[in-house]
Write a protein that binds this ligand. Structure first.
Ligand code: ARG
Length: 561
């Protein structure tokens, strides 16, 4: 419900249009002053009178039973009638169904490049943010009616795969790789480097095998695909736990046959210059180092593949927006790539956005569970969080029916929320204790509030929430909850526009806190029927919003905790 519009439309002053009033209406610094305020200072000069006199004129011009007006200094303050507020917000049909209705398609397409793991490398805690932020943006944009394309731009190209083949053929054991997955591959890779120090001939062999991959040799291709499958199998297990899906796994190697067109176009546009035998795009006019396109041996680079990928995405998906959820360390890379696209005449360069984020480390450093060296695997972080969640459940609610499943939902949810509640660009120090606290700003707190709403609804029989007497929901606590409920749509929009799921996380915490403040000071069960029903209606709206919001953050909302 757009209350600002209702107020703006009701003003009857010839010096202020409804549109102007709409854009001027804001929130009073002190909520005690009212729900909205209209500053009148800007009219003083033209009208040659004081802001206060103008505010009084505005106040006199409106008459509505839906709100009251009051002049304070140069401001007109508007206070919504509480029954009107409750009824306008809570009678919305979207609260009736089991879930919120699906958004109508808006005809726009957004590509989101996220997670984008590297083949034969561990899926570690450094991937948490890209995976969580990208996965959440995926759901948020869907919610808003976008056609969303989730892309895992796999790191599956490079000379290291020649090394992997040599190592696997010399020392590899298929059964071991089958059993230990990527760990076994990483160990082989490490061993290659050690042995190559003593025996430089190995490097030559590796180059030869990489050449074979490039030339499509049967055995080389088979082994390369094998490493890819081993990695993906493991990674997909984690994605499943996080509730993440991709529409495309086209990684770097997918663009092999599309690179020559990129180089041709760059040549046509006279953008390529030689530098020590390499081909580069000079970007000194834009205060950037040159963008490397081809090495002196003709091999392509990361940037070359990203140029091809951007063009391919535009041609294939016709995106309106093309997002890259990648750590801020790659700021320069994306600035260069977008600039080169622009110079190539790709006007969609302006629709490409790098969505950077900070670094993750673990509180207390590397002393936490790791399977090898100092790499902290994402799956280990999830396992540890689930184990700890299980212990908390055992302590708080030992009789809970589905402890295993709930512990998974709470543990994984806690990790996700921690990743999604810090402003994207800030570095994150991950702490299990903070993530799992039931009364901090955490997923368990939100899940618990959701379960609390559910249980009160169940206990009081929420079957019939019709014919509500909204005049029973006019206290300060109720008004605070209802005002927040009304903001939900705007919050999702804001989170999408700023590529910032933490805006939604913070909102959900506010909503849960305000509902809990209402809950502790207002009885529901045992009240007179009309009052109970009105309070249940409020609880149901909060429950649904929490569940929907958590879902947009990839977090499950268990029925009981
Ligand atoms: N695989 C890369 C890395 O781990 C991230 C790829 C991001 N996506 C892209 N289109 N460059 O650093």
């Amino acid at each position: 419900m757009d209350f600002k519009k209702i107020i703006a439309d009701s003003l009857k002053c010839d010096f202020i249009s409804a549109d102007e009033a709409y854009s001027l209406l804001g929130l009073p610094a002190n909520p005690q002053m009212g729900d909205y305020c209209l500053p009148c200072f800007k009219f003083a000069k033209v009208l040659k009178t004081s802001p206060q006199a103008i505010a009084e004129q505005v106040a006199k011009s409106v008459q509505s039973e839906n709100f009251t007006v009051q002049v304070v200094g140069g401001y007109v303050n508007f206070r919504l009638d509480r029954t009107f507020l409750a009824k306008s917000v809570l009678s919305d049909k979207s609260y009736d169904g089991e879930t919120f209705p699906e958004a109508k398609p808006n005809g726009k397409t957004v590509c989101i490049d996220y997670s984008s793991v590297n083949i034969a490398k561990p899926f570690h805690i450094g991937h948490l943010l890209t995976t969580a932020i990208g996965g959440s943006l995926y759901r948020i944009y869907k919610r808003l009616g976008y056609n969303v394309v989730g892309i895992n731009h796999l790191g599956d190209w490079g000379t290291q795969f020649g090394k992997m083949i040599v190592a696997f053929k010399k020392w590899g054991d298929k059964a071991d790789v089958e059993k230990r997955g990527v760990n076994a591959l990483v160990e082989l890779y490490v061993r290659f480097h050690k042995e190559a120090e003593a025996d430089p001939a190995l490097d030559g062999e590796a180059r030869a095998w990489f050449k074979k991959i490039e030339d499509g040799d049967v055995e080389a291709t088979r082994l390369f695909s094998y490493f890819k499958n081993v990695t993906l199998e493991e990674v997909k297990r984690v994605y499943k736990r996080l509730g993440i899906e991709f529409d495309s796994y086209n990684g770097e190697s997918f663009y092999n046959d599309k690179l020559s067109d990129v180089v041709k176009l760059l040549e046509q546009k006279k953008l390529l210059t030689e530098s020590d035998g390499a081909k580069v795009v000079d970007l000194s006019d834009f205060d950037m180092p040159p963008c490397l396109i081809l090495k002196s041996d003709g091999a392509s680079l990361y940037a070359t593949r990203d140029l091809a990928a951007a063009i391919y995405r535009k041609n294939t998906y016709g995106f309106d927006k093309n997002l890259y959820v990648v750590a801020y360390q790659q700021n320069l890379h994306f600035k260069q790539v977008f600039k080169v696209l622009e110079l190539m005449g790709c006007d969609f360069a302006k629709d490409c956005v790098h969505v950077p984020f900070g670094m993750v480390s673990l509180e207390g450093g590397g002393s936490l569970s790791t399977r090898s060296g100092n790499v902290v695997y994402l799956s280990d972080v999830l396992d540890t969080a689930v184990k700890k969640a299980r212990a908390v459940i055992e302590e708080k609610n030992p009789k809970l029916a589905d402890k295993e499943k709930t512990a998974e939902q709470v543990g994984v949810g806690a990790v996700l929320f921690m990743a999604l509640s810090t402003s994207r660009i800030k570095d994150l120090v991950f702490s299990y204790d903070k993530a799992l606290s039931f009364d901090g700003e955490t997923a368990p707190y939100l899940q618990y509030t959701h379960a609390r709403c559910r249980s009160v609804l169940e206990k009081c029989g929420a079957a019939d929430l019709k014919d509500i007497d909204y005049s029973l929901l006019t206290g300060d606590a109720e008004a605070a909850v209802i005002t927040l409920l009304n903001r939900y749509g705007a919050v999702i929009n804001d989170a999408a526009q700023k590529y910032e799921p933490s805006i939604l996380s913070k909102y959900l915490i506010d909503l849960a806190q305000s509902y809990n403040a209402f809950y502790v000071s207002n009885r529901i069960a045992g009240e007179d029927a009309a009052l109970m029903k009105a309070r249940l209606k409020l609880s149901e709206a909060v429950r649904k919003t929490l569940k929907d919001g958590l879902n947009l953050l990839l977090i499950s909302a268990p029925a009981k905790m």
